[in-house]
Ligand binder design. Structure first.
Ligand SMILES: Cc1cc2nc3c(=O)[nH]c(=O)nc-3n(C[C@H](O)[C@H](O)[C@H](O)COP(=O)(O)OP(=O)(O)OC[C@H]3O[C@@H](n4cnc5c(N)ncnc54)[C@H](O)[C@@H]3O)c2cc1C
Length: 393
């Protein structure tokens, strides 16, 4: 009987297993997870979990895996793969043969080299890291967040909700500048400043101070801040070192074609770790929730030969919750696009993204309707003048 082994029991790994069963695959299916937990959801880790509203985010109960005949191997991750013999080695010393292997090992937080090893300094990717950070927070404490990307901004919002003083440090001129550009970054900066965040844009972290536990930080402009807890959110790196020597090409993620095939036979990759070849825009790694499900569907179609190839959504979507504002992005927004702010009431906003005279994306803050109704226009490739005219009062 055929055996498909999926490495990484996160969102993408779970969705791959679900979609394979959905597509009619009835062979053996093994889901290997490095963490001891059942697959769980990560978006709440910086939001509801951090605010103390939830402590677990499991995606499917154990019975689901029994029902679908999905074998779980949790708590011992993959350490290497022999692609020629098609054998996977796990951290507990066991070996697992496969007919097809799916890589879904996600990311780990990037560390800042040279920082002293002090208590009270956190990163955030896993539920254990989320609960450890939360346990370190208490009203009136002073938190330093390093990096105003999505995770840093969401943490700032959750910590303010918990009554902490927050210093948010970002080397770029605004939060989210490298994803959404400085114009929208400026509106996000305004939101955080309005909520009482001490935003220090344009400066990085130089060093941390303290004996045993963090007590302060030195910033790039020479200033010092007193802090009780530090959260570092300076991006993440793909988990690929276990693939060394396998013949799987890695270049900022696992190099894949448009349906998830890697450069090694019978090995596929999806989710945050995978750099798929897109029909438009070249090869790209996408670190967003919806992407994992979309890729899983396509991969399952290709693996079971039931699906059309190359059907990645041309209108990708992601969101981020900060305070009462849901920031949503539809389309292929880039920091280099021309940004047209259509609405701005001082808190909520809506903006169209233009590239080469065409509408390529929409970003809204607290404007779900305004964002979602543009899906068709983005998919159809509409000239920007047309949508700007329609939006003018
Ligand atoms: C705090 C946080 C908040 C987020 N919020 C949003 C949001 O609001 N909106 C949005 O669109 N996206 C958000 N995301 C991104 C979204 O969660 C990811 O895109 C999604 O989790 C990707 O799924 P994945 O399965 O590829 O990776 P992961 O979820 O990281 O899963 C990979 C799994 O592989 C396991 N693994 C690693 N190495 C091995 C190994 N060698 N062997 C076996 N297992 C291994 C890991 O333990 C992990 O469980 C957020 C992410 C984080 C961390």
């Amino acid at each position: 009987m055929q055996r498909i082994v999926i490495v990484g029991a996160g969102l993408a790994g779970l969705r791959a297993a679900e979609e394979l069963r959905q597509a009619g695959y009835d062979g053996q299916l093994v889901l290997v997870g490095g963490e001891p937990h059942l697959p769980y959801d990560r978006p709440p880790l910086s939001k509801e979990v951090m605010r103390g509203e939830r402590s677990e985010t499991t995606l499917r109960p154990r019975e689901f895996f029994d029902e679908k005949n999905i074998e779980l191997r949790l708590g011992a991750g993959a350490v290497s793969v022999d692609a020629r013999l098609r054998i996977l080695s796990l951290a507990d010393g066991t070996e697992l043969g496969y007919d097809e292997l799916v890589v879904a090992t996600g990311l780990v937080p990037r560390r800042i080299p040279g920082l002293p090893d002090l208590g009270g300094v956190h990163v955030l990717r896993s539920i254990d890291e989320s609960l450890a950070l939360r346990a370190d927070l208490a009203e009136g404490k002073r938190a330093l967040i390093v990096g105003a990307g999505f995770i840093g901004c969401e943490l700032a919002a959750s910590m303010r909700a918990g009554g902490l003083d927050v210093v948010l440090v970002e080397p770029q001129p605004t939060p989210l500048a490298s994803v959404l550009g400085e114009k929208i970054g400026g509106l996000v900066a305004r939101l955080h400043i309005g909520e009482g965040v001490d935003l220090r844009a344009g400066v990085g972290l130089t060093s941390l101070l303290g004996v045993g536990r963090v007590a302060g930080a030195v910033l790039g402009d020479g200033s010092e801040v007193k802090v009780d807890v530090v959260a570092i959110g300076v991006g993440s790196v793909p988990v690929t070192e276990w693939l060394e020597g396998s013949g799987v090409e890695v270049d900022n993620g696992v190099v894949c074609d448009g349906v998830g095939r890697t450069t090694a036979e019978h090995i596929w990759a999806i989710g945050d770790v995978a750099a798929w070849q897109l029909e438009v825009g070249g090869r790209k790694r996408v670190e967003h929730w919806s992407n994992a499900g979309e890729q899983a569907k396509i991969l399952a179609g290709a693996l079971t030969r039931t699906g059309d190839e190359n059907r990645m959504a041309q209108v990708p979507y992601f969101w981020s919750d900060q305070y009462d504002i849901k920031i949503q992005a539809l389309g292929t927004v880039a920091a280099t696009d021309e940004v047209h702010v259509i609405k701005d009431d001082g808190r909520k906003f809506l903006a169209y993204y233009e590239r080469d005279g065409m509408l390529v994306g929409v970003v809204g803050g607290g404007m779900a309707g305004g964002v979602m109704k543009m899906r068709g226009k983005i998919a159809a490739g509409t000239p920007i003048d047309e949508v700007l005219e329609a939006a003018s009062p």
